[in-house]
Design a protein around this ligand. Structure first.
Ligand SMILES: [Zn+2]
Length: 321
């Protein structure tokens, strides 16, 4: 709050991050013959269009002050358990709806990166979020939802390298056909994998992994001293505490965003909050989403649009996958 205490300082930081010491780059024609006008916006001499420093970033067209955005990023970067929209609304004096919107934009910055590769000793496990039928009134219960049914519960799959990073994601179901391609994408062949006895993991051996498992069904939790999934189960325990204590309940559609947030915290747990803030800030400055792409239909220059579409498709196909 002391460092970014004016809008101008926030804008200067964004400009520095985007263009360094050079001229502002026009988002419409890519030209660099630009200069700043009196109102703080930029004008491009090549195409005569005006643009602001926030165009194409997470802050584009925002009505909230940049100081508040920066504060939210810092809060998300520095707390262990996350921030609820109700708490944030009180802290930065906006409505709960606005706070919810900002938080989701900020959470959208995380996402799973393809660069993550797990190796060595990797624990895998699945958990189910929500829909505990025993807590509901008889009239509201859904039939056939015991055990691993996904009618009312959201299955989440996790892979965690001991002393390393984790990849966690919402999945359609926990069948082998669903899980094996995900394992193939993120876990290096030849790694040693630890799981429970779920049959979905039967093919790990065939797929080139060393596979060891414990039989939870037989109340066996540690076999020999290293064969267990206590690491990933610790992650689940923390995740559930965060969901119930900070957010109380989570809509099925947004589960992945909360997962991304906790996964990001886990994967950067050795880093300082200042590192996380900077990392988020860098991503915020080159943010894009589907609505960005749609709003570009009015832009004449096709190259910039093609670039954005390419980036969007890469991002979208990853989300779908
Ligand atoms: Zn231009």
């Amino acid at each position: 709050m002391d460092f970014f205490n004016t809008e101008d300082k926030c804008k200067a930081a964004i400009a520095q991050q985007r263009w360094g010491e050079g001229n502002a780059v026009c988002p419409y024609c890519g030209g660099t013959h630009t200069h700043m006008c009196k109102d703080g916006r930029y004008i491009c001499k090549d195409c005569q269009r005006k643009f602001s420093v926030t165009v194409g970033t997470i802050f584009e067209n925002t009505k909230i002050s940049l100081r508040k955005w920066f504060l939210v990023m810092y809060k998300v970067a520095s707390t262990k358990k996350g921030v609820s929209s109700h708490q944030l609304a009180r802290d930065i004096k906006v409505t709960q709806k606005t706070a919810w919107f900002i938080l989701h934009k900020v959470r959208g910055l995380y996402g799973i990166t393809d660069e993550i590769e797990l190796d060595g000793e990797v624990e895998m496990d699945e958990m189910y979020l929500g829909g505990r039928e025993t807590n509901k009134h008889d009239s509201k219960r859904t039939a056939g939802t015991q055990g691993r049914s996904t009618k009312t519960k959201t299955p989440i799959f996790g892979m965690l390298q001991r002393d390393g990073k984790a990849v966690i994601m919402k999945v359609e179901d926990t069948k082998g056909a669903t899980l094996m391609p995900i394992v193939g994408q993120f876990v290096k062949e030849g790694a040693t994998t630890y799981t429970d006895e779920l049959s979905a993991y039967n093919k790990l051996d065939e797929n080139g992994y060393n596979h060891l498992f414990v039989n939870h069904g037989k109340r066996e939790f540690v076999r020999c001293k290293d064969i267990h999934t206590n690491g990933i189960e610790g992650f689940w325990a923390h995740f559930k505490r965060v969901i119930f204590s900070t957010y109380h309940c989570v809509s099925k559609d947004y589960v992945q965003r909360y997962i991304d947030e906790q996964m990001y915290r886990w994967n950067t747990r050795e880093e300082k909050s200042s590192y996380r803030f900077h990392d988020m800030f860098v991503k915020a400055c080159k943010h894009f989403d589907y609505s960005d792409v749609l709003s570009l239909s009015t832009v004449v220059d096709t190259e910039y649009r093609t670039f954005k579409l390419k980036v969007y498709y890469a991002w979208y196909s990853h989300k779908v996958a």
